[in-house]
Design a protein around this ligand. Structure first.
Ligand SMILES: [Ca+2]
Length: 188
């Protein structure tokens, strides 16, 4: 039996010189500063308000697109100046109606107001601003029922002599909160 063990294993030993020995840890603090734990909590105090305005004449349905989440309140105000010329038999002011309906998933009845005196208001009280500090509940407090297209129906009943209707203005103002996670203040 010829046993040739000519296998010469030449092992190239690669020495990786790790500079670990230097032991210089780049201690870029955990972001908490003094507060070792870096505690965070959910904050909902940032509340913004947006106002959209429209103009129209006579009966119309106005689509109002609300894109933001977490709408806490929506107020629609219809204003007008009766355009009937003053006559010797006196004025008969137009009767205007505003009806406001939220997106289908809102879960609230439409509201309306009617009058002949130049201004009508319809107000919806929606999601309350959360006071829950748990960051894990941020998603649970993301309210989207009021997000979408609101329909505002304006109706004008001319009452004056030869009155052809009336111009009006509509303003829709709504507020919404933004949930965010921020460092716990105080650290005390
Ligand atoms: Ca009129």
């Amino acid at each position: 039996m010829d046993s040739r063990d000519r296998t010469m294993a030449s092992l190239g030993v690669v020495a990786l010189l790790l500079s670990a020995g230097l032991g210089t840890a780049l201690a870029v603090g955990g972001g908490g500063g003094e507060d070792g734990e870096g505690e965070v909590y959910a904050d909902y105090s940032m509340i913004q308000t947006r106002t959209l305005t429209f103009n129209g004449r006579n009966g119309q349905v106005v689509d109002v697109d609300v894109r933001e989440h977490n709408v806490t309140n929506l107020l629609a105000v219809l204003t007008w100046v009766d355009d009937e010329a003053i006559s010797i038999i006196g004025r008969r002011d137009d009767v205007l109606t505003i009806a406001v309906a939220g997106p289908a998933q809102l879960g609230q009845e439409q509201q309306q107001a009617q009058g002949s005196a130049g201004s009508l208001r319809v107000n919806f009280t929606l999601a309350p601003v959360p006071s829950d500090p748990d960051p894990g509940h941020l998603k649970a407090h993301d309210y989207t029922n009021a997000t979408g297209t609101w329909k505002v129906t304006v109706t004008v009943e001319p009452r004056g002599i030869r009155d052809q209707g009336n111009d009006w203005g509509l303003s829709v103002r709504y507020s919404f909160y933004t949930g965010r996670v921020i460092p716990k203040p105080g650290g005390a």
